[in-house]
Design a binder for this molecule. Structure first.
Ligand code: PEP
Ligand code: MG
Length: 325
């Protein structure tokens, strides 16, 4: 699969039978940006805004954040840049904001922290909105959502930041599209209620896999159990796509499985509108999309969804990829 990848740089991500998939990149540093543009990313599906926070020894100021965000937005304009609000806690530590918990994966993390600290959230929103002035390609995405009230509270804060920034800067700023990540099983089971409140949905399959399977994503002792090929994970993902499309919402996926050929074929066949991945996987996945007809993907998906065992599904996909060369 890695042979001749350069040839795919400028070709659209479209299957031989005419099905298009949007390929986005996951970024965090400016260094990711040049590589992503080189490899034809159609925008940013996940900007991990906590990364610049993690590289400092204090919270970056509103002005510092504005500069950082502006670079990301300007680099991809007019293509969309989906900025995730600060996602710390769990496996992502800030040295200057210590959180000591017995069970951090189930504790204070993501949207839970920023809603408890609206001053952190508001500064970040103001910085993103200011950074977007004149560019209009900002999208905002909330991590670790598990309830309707979190979306409503976040929306209230985004509106407040928008009003403040418009008054301060004396310009009209369009309301950015707002989306949520589906990472928590409760959100999956309440997907229509949550999705109907926002403009788009993106599945954080790294965390969703961890929480669905009750397997720590970073614990080597249970690493063999942590697999996106688990039938429960695949069926959950198909359910999310069906539910989102039933109410007319766009749904993407931005976990690691979007950048892995074996799982990407299945995701494409499920009907995900976009796959977002690290820049290093973009050409490989574009080649996969341009090589495997949607009809083949659907046949494999039907087979996979009928199997009760992750290892069997994985071998089936590996065999298929070997046959493709
Ligand atoms: C995810 O959970 O799948 C995701 C994309 O977010 P992160 O890996 O940053 O938690
Ligand atoms: Mg996550």
């Amino acid at each position: 699969l890695v042979a001749g990848l350069d040839a795919y740089r400028d070709l659209p991500a479209e299957t031989p039978d005419g099905h298009k998939v949007v390929l986005y990149v996951n970024t965090g540093l400016m260094a990711d940006v040049a590589r992503a543009r080189d490899r034809g990313a159609e925008g940013v599906g996940l900007y991990r805004s906590e990364i610049p926070f993690m590289l400092r020894d204090r919270f970056p100021s509103e002005e510092e954040q504005r500069t950082i965000y502006r670079q990301q937005l300007a680099a991809f304009e007019p293509r969309p840049v989906t900025m995730r609000t600060l996602d710390i806690g769990g496996d992502k530590d800030l040295p200057y904001f210590p959180i000591n918990e017995v069970n951090p994966a189930l504790g204070w993390r993501g949207i839970r922290i920023t809603l408890d600290h609206p001053e952190i959230f508001l500064v970040q929103m103001r910085a993103m909105l200011k950074a977007s002035i004149g560019l209009n390609n900002l999208q905002i995405m909330l991590p670790m959502v598990s309830s309707v009230f979190e979306i409503e509270e976040a929306q209230h804060l985004v509106h407040r930041a928008l009003t403040e920034v418009q008054e301060e800067e004396k310009v009209e700023i369009p309301m950015p599209k707002l989306g949520i990540m589906i990472e928590v099983p409760a959100a999956l089971l309440q997907i229509r209620d949550l999705a109907s409140l926002v403009d788009f949905v993106s599945v954080g399959s790294n965390d969703l896999t961890q929480y669905l399977l009750a397997v720590d994503r970073n614990n080597s002792r249970v690493a063999d159990l942590y697999t996106p090929y688990h039938p429960a994970v695949l069926r959950a993902l198909q359910y999310i796509v069906n539910e989102c499309h039933a109410i007319g919402k766009t749904v993407g996926i931005c976990g690691e499985m979007a950048g892995d050929p074996g799982t990407a074929i299945l995701l494409m066949a499920m009907g995900f509108d976009s796959l977002s991945m690290s820049a290093s996987n973009l050409l490989k996945i574009r080649k996969v999309v341009r090589t495997v007809p949607l009809a083949t993907g659907k046949r494999l998906l039907t087979q996979a969804l009928g199997v009760d065992n992750a290892a069997v599904i994985r071998s089936m996909m590996e065999l298929e990829l070997n046959n493709l060369g």
